[in-house]
Write a protein that binds this ligand. Structure first.
Ligand code: ZN
Length: 353
């Protein structure tokens, strides 16, 4: 779009500096009504990049929705330069059912870039791709952990893509994970199509958690500052940790888990993570850290069977790095608060000798 003064977005002519709520029609319901994604087009006065910010691509993951809505509460909020598409709920059909999935049980986040003559999910993906991704220069996609799990706030992106890494670093969650994302995922296909996109993970489903929202809102502002769309310098924690390898530590026995760590805890190799016992505290089996690391996710359901995921650990290079990350987390108020708040969901007990 070369003309900055007036652009057509979703069928409306929108002037530079104007903010407009509108919607994108993506499907039709069983009763033949239009199904549309509500969104706000926020246009800066001056030219600049166009960025999408999406929540609830998994329809039950609402922290991003909360973060986006906190910007939308201020009708004046917007960039000086460039456009922002604020989309609180991308997967409206999943959202209507409090579900990660679409009504046809497909995961929309595996259906990109979509197919105009394919399944319901791939058709929706195609509309989203054509109408949003193709018209944007960058993307931020906000997620939470899946049901029965929680995530310590982190950003995920392809380290090999300089622009993705630039956005991820500017976001400033403190923890950045390497990876392109699964085939068909929004961020992977958007990035491949020339719209560098990062994923942000934090907290759990069906909630708007204040400390996760704080991390997300800071990060969105940081990215827009990095892109010079709004004035000011990004407020980024020093020495953010970049993780190239992660591992789910899984239960070896069935039973009830006593946790020794919580989201954001740093551990050294061999450190107890959780102890599993029968309901009357017999048959103990201890899970230990397979390497130096940081807890980036964990189960919220303490009853487990063998093989079920318990602790998602990001690998750190040495005990020295563990101490550095620990210090860095404590020095950054947003990270420290997230760690404190998310930890209130978990009863952490000392391991017994
Ligand atoms: Zn998700």
């Amino acid at each position: 779009m070369t003309d900055w003064k007036t652009q057509t977005w979703f069928g409306h002519d929108i002037d530079a500096g104007q903010h407009r709520n509108t919607e994108l029609e993506i499907s039709e319901s069983y009763s033949g009504r239009n199904i549309a994604i509500p969104l706000r087009v926020v246009r800066g006065v001056e030219p600049g990049p166009t960025v999408f910010v999406t929540g609830a691509l998994h329809g039950d993951e609402l922290n991003g929705t909360g973060a986006i809505r906190s910007f939308l509460a201020d009708p004046e909020w917007g960039p000086v330069r460039g456009n922002v598409l604020m989309i609180p709920v991308l997967n409206v059909l999943g959202f209507e059912r409090h579900s990660r999935y679409l009504p046809d049980r497909r995961d929309l986040n595996r259906c990109f870039p979509g197919n105009a003559s394919g399944s319901m999910a791939t058709r929706m993906a195609k509309v989203i791709f054509d109408e949003i991704v193709a018209k944007c220069d960058f993307g931020i996609d906000l997620h939470t952990a899946a049901v029965r799990r929680t995530n310590y706030p982190n950003v995920r992106c392809d380290f090999k893509n300089d622009e993705c890494l630039r956005l991820a670093t500017a976001f400033g969650a403190g923890v950045i994970l390497d990876g392109r994302g699964p085939k068909g995922s929004f961020r992977r296909e958007a990035t491949a199509a020339g719209c560098p996109t990062i994923v942000v993970e934090g907290g759990e489903v069906w909630k708007v958690e204040p400390s996760v929202v704080d991390c997300m809102t800071r990060g969105i502002v940081n990215v827009l500052q990095e892109l010079e769309m709004i004035d000011g310098e990004p407020e980024v924690p020093e020495n953010q940790v970049k993780l190239k390898q992660t591992k789910w530590v899984r239960a070896e026995r069935g039973g009830f888990m006593d946790m020794h760590v919580s989201p954001g805890t740093t551990v050294v190799k061999g450190q107890p993570l959780a102890t599993n016992s029968s309901l009357v505290q017999e048959d103990q089996n201890r899970l230990e850290a397979p390497f130096d690391g940081i807890v980036i996710g964990m189960t919220t359901l303490p009853a487990v069977q063998p093989g079920e995921p318990v602790i998602h650990l990001g690998k750190l290079s040495s005990p020295k790095t563990v101490r550095r990350v620990e210090k860095q987390t404590q020095a950054d108020e947003v990270q420290r608060t997230a760690q404190e708040h998310l930890s209130t969901n978990v009863q952490v007990v000392e391991p017994m000798d």
